[in-house]
Design a protein around this ligand. Structure first.
Ligand code: DAH
Length: 351
């Protein structure tokens, strides 16, 4: 069949295309228009392909009309695209626009909780003396929390810890699982796994069934310490804890040890430092005594060593336990332990 391509046919397609172009609203519509006229199978492209079939003498003139029409459509197409794009920006709602001249919003930078800070400080003081940091479970067996610490079932010493028991019972129907009341259970767990020399500290959370007040929380942290080897004496205990007190509370600190009772040590002591606030003269912080108690300690009880298979005639050791919140309260003059966990940013931002 003879191709019907004529300058008039080309004009007609071009005018039709131009006529539609101005009413196109968005980029999708423009793309469909481009495909319909200028695409590989578009109307203008198809008709221009037929020019090749014209007799020699017509080809040149019709070809010229065809090329001009294609350039014109391409030019108008890009103008229309520009117009749609800038109209799109101008049409944005005020709230979508960014005012680059506004001052930036400050980025809130997080920080470590005061307890975390003090726990880290305590740990580094002991790490510098060769102690290794280990952690243990917060849900504990009665066996580790009490029995292996020389606190048998039904012994009055258990009254020292008000426990939160888990609803789980042994074959005799007795509760045997609880939220650990102290970090001391890790003494037995560590010694079961290691042979002496043992030198560990155990930071971690503890829980007690406690009415809360300014000095009691139902959950709090402890840092436990344990050193066991042959030949460890009470002098090692004193030297280590004295060095700790000087590192954390200042190099002019003096320390005092007094007898105390904990079932898993013999002898047991409580350790005090002279008041760093009044230098021992008497003030509110030390309640006019000049001394501040900071931890319990003692020589590991032979029964605790036997319980984990250590021979108490060969090995001796010392243990200690302290409360980081109490240390932070003393150091920073905080008068209520409940502030630590009440999530008040006015308190937390001070550290
Ligand atoms: N576990 C004790 C408590 O919670 C603190 C303590 C005292 C730990 C003496 C010790 C220690 O290791 O020797 O009250």
């Amino acid at each position: 069949m003879q191709p019907t391509v004529t300058p008039e046919a080309i004009d007609e397609i071009r005018e039709e295309a131009l006529g539609k172009l101005d009413s196109l609203e968005d980029l999708d519509e423009v793309e469909s228009w481009r495909v319909a006229y200028l695409g590989r199978k578009g109307r203008l492209s198809s008709i221009l392909r037929d020019i090749g079939g014209l007799p020699q003498e017509e080809r040149r003139a019709v070809g010229a009309v065809g090329n001009r029409s294609r350039s014109l459509l391409e030019e108008r197409l890009s103008q229309r695209l520009e117009a749609i794009k800038s109209a799109g920006l101008a049409g944005l709602a005020d709230t979508d626009r960014i005012d680059v001249t506004l001052p930036g919003r400050p980025i809130a930078v997080g920080r470590l909780h005061p307890t975390t800070q003090i726990v880290r400080e305590i740990c580094s003081a002991f790490m510098a003396m060769g102690f290794q940091v280990v952690e243990g479970p917060e849900v504990e067996w009665d066996r580790y929390n009490f029995e292996l610490l020389n606190i048998p079932r039904d012994h009055p010493a258990r009254d020292m810890w008000n426990s939160l028991w888990i609803d789980h019972r042994n074959e005799r129907g007795e509760h045997n699982m609880l939220l650990r009341t102290h970090t001391s259970p890790m003494q037995a767990r560590v010694m079961e796994k290691m042979r002496p020399p043992v030198r560990v500290i155990v930071p971690g959370k503890c829980y007690r069934y406690e009415a809360t007040d300014a000095t009691h929380e139902w959950h709090f942290y402890q840092v436990e310490g344990l050193a066991v080897d042959d030949g460890i004496t009470f002098a090692d205990l004193k030297g280590t804890l004295y060095e700790f007190a000087r590192r954390v509370f200042g190099s002019d600190r003096r320390v005092r040890f007094r007898c105390d009772y904990f079932p898993f040590v013999e002898p047991g002591v409580d350790m005090s430092i002279d008041c760093f606030s009044c230098q021992g003269g008497g003030c509110r912080i030390c309640r006019d005594t000049g001394w501040i108690e900071i931890m319990g300690a003692g020589m590991v009880h032979p029964k605790v060593l036997e319980g984990v298979g250590y021979d108490p005639r060969v090995y001796t050791g010392f243990a200690f336990g302290l409360g980081p919140e109490r240390i932070a309260m003393l150091k920073y003059g905080i008068d209520d332990i409940r502030l630590f966990y009440s999530n008040d940013l006015r308190f937390l931002r001070q550290f």
